[in-house]
Design a protein around this ligand. Structure first.
Ligand SMILES: [Zn+2]
Length: 489
């Protein structure tokens, strides 16, 4: 029965016209015009064959990055950081190597990632360790490199042209452009701007929650083995500069095997166990709780008739909910915000909803109000150097240890009787307790502890479920960066 219907439809179409010509609908036009733009782009990038045969790309670059809402001060101009970067991709062998060396926010890094088919490794040159990657994913890992390399985006269009739609024609920098979409294996769709005359990619755009509009600019084209590569690249997030890349060298279609060698002289270590995925409550000492999951944690301190919350990272409402299973009725009267970085003020609306007073420094007032549900009604208490809570039975001190290499002002919470210190972003504390050589921020934290003569026994933080001991801090301070190799292509 079904078969005969299909046959009859086909037969009737045959009677009308010798070829199938659908009505020129908007979607059909979008697909057809995207096809034309892709064909012209392939020509401009050296031809269909050259792009199909473009199997490996090696690039060495200098990055300038802007720490938007993550600088030492709460507003612009944002801190500018530099790093050297090296990337090598080989599609046929599903091999990808990246190296990044630089510093920012009071942290130094010298890292490499190697993916070779089913195997992968994280190399930490600073810490002197190699860690196997449990489930290496070539597509996800190579995405950021492909998105900043125009011929590789054109190669994606060649392989995934069925995902592409023409969105329209726009003026960009005084020149007419066709805008078409590309859906990569992973992530939200990209909109690509091709110059109508040169058929080269000038710009790409995508919307990436929670960041917003991410805008990529390809400039200063230069031909390498017959394929045009942009030598400079700019990335904007919500119209603010985020990354500028200055490409120092590009090589194509050479073996990248020698770059994918895992260093033998570094220590092979197991990956740290993942943090809990469900919110967990740990009672560090009676009435002092560390509550969180993933990489965000808050400390709740029980006072005689209320609770003081410390930390404002993601998921505060869930952490309060879990706390309520243990401490049912005492109201949260205060919420302490460690600093102004955008991932540490997410808790402001949650504390406002609890009708709590938010503790911060005067310099961070505007950021806190901007983060609130209602800026005007947010109750604030400013900390000048130190603010002490004391109900006669328990003492909690909120101390500004700034300036640090991470933030001009940084509030830590200190329980002198219990010897517990809560900090954010200054003491990396991996779940397996394997300490790395102390970063600049950690040295500053240790210095503050010494200067104030705090008898610290435990350190807990905004990004770890682990309760560290003072010995962990000492061990970190005693370690020296193992090896500072140069990035060599
Ligand atoms: Zn921070």
């Amino acid at each position: 029965m079904k078969k005969s219907i299909v046959v009859s439809i086909a037969a009737s179409l045959m009677l009308v016209t010798p070829y199938v010509s659908a009505e020129d609908t908007l979607p059909l036009k979008a697909v057809n015009r995207a096809g034309e733009v892709i064909d012209a782009a392939l020509e401009a990038y050296g031809g269909t064959e050259a792009i199909a045969n473009l199997n490996s790309v090696v690039r060495k670059s200098h990055f300038t990055t802007w720490a938007t809402n993550q600088s030492r001060s709460p507003g612009p101009p944002w801190d500018q950081n530099e790093q050297m970067s090296f990337s090598a991709i080989d599609f046929e062998n599903e091999t990808f190597v990246t190296k990044n060396k630089g510093s920012g926010n009071g942290f130094d890094f010298n890292l490499s990632q190697i993916i070779e088919g089913e195997e992968g490794w994280q190399v930490n040159y600073r810490g002197g360790t190699v860690t196997p990657i449990a489930e290496p994913d070539f597509n996800t890992t190579t995405g950021p490199f492909i998105r900043v390399t125009a011929p590789l985006l054109v190669k994606q269009l060649q392989n995934r042209r069925q995902t592409s739609h023409w969105l329209g024609e726009v003026e960009f920098e005084g020149r007419p452009h066709d805008v078409i979409t590309l859906v990569m294996e992973v992530g939200p769709a990209l909109s690509l701007y091709f110059d109508k005359e040169t058929h080269l990619l000038s710009r790409s755009e995508r919307v990436l929650p929670p960041f917003g509009q991410v805008d990529y600019r390809f400039t200063n084209y230069e031909t390498v083995d017959g394929i045009p590569f942009s030598k400079t690249f700019k990335l904007f997030v919500n119209d603010e500069p985020n990354i500028y890349i200055d490409i120092k060298a590009t090589k194509v279609n050479q073996s990248i095997k020698n770059h994918a060698v895992v260093p033998k002289d570094l220590e092979l270590v197991e990956v740290a166990p993942p943090p809990p995925t469900e919110v967990e409550l740990q009672e560090i000492k009676e009435g002092v709780f560390l509550v969180g999951a993933g990489n965000t944690y808050a400390m709740f301190v029980e006072m005689d008739d209320h609770i003081i919350a410390v930390g404002g990272t993601a998921g505060i409402p869930d952490r309060i909910k879990t706390l309520r299973e243990k401490v049912k009725d005492k109201p949260i009267k205060y919420g302490v915000m460690t600093h102004h970085h955008n991932d540490h003020v997410l808790g402001v609306p949650a504390y406002q909803a609890e009708d709590a007073v938010v503790l911060t420094v005067k310099e961070h007032e505007a950021v806190m109000r901007a983060a609130a549900t209602d800026a005007d009604s947010l109750k604030l208490q400013f900390v000048k150097d130190k603010y002490v809570f004391d109900d006669g039975n328990r003492k909690l001190e909120i101390i500004d240890i700034g300036p640090t290499p991470h933030s001009k002002h940084l509030l830590v919470a200190w329980l002198p009787e219990e010897g517990i210190l809560f900090e954010a972003d200054h003491f990396p504390n991996p779940t397996n307790g394997r300490m790395q050589p102390a970063q600049g921020v950690t040295k500053r934290l240790a210095e503050a502890i010494d200067t104030m003569g705090l008898d610290v026994k435990f350190i807990v933080g905004a990004h770890s479920p682990r309760i560290a001991s003072i010995d962990d801090l000492r061990r970190s301070l005693a370690l020296r960066p193992v090896k500072l190799t140069q990035i060599s292509p």
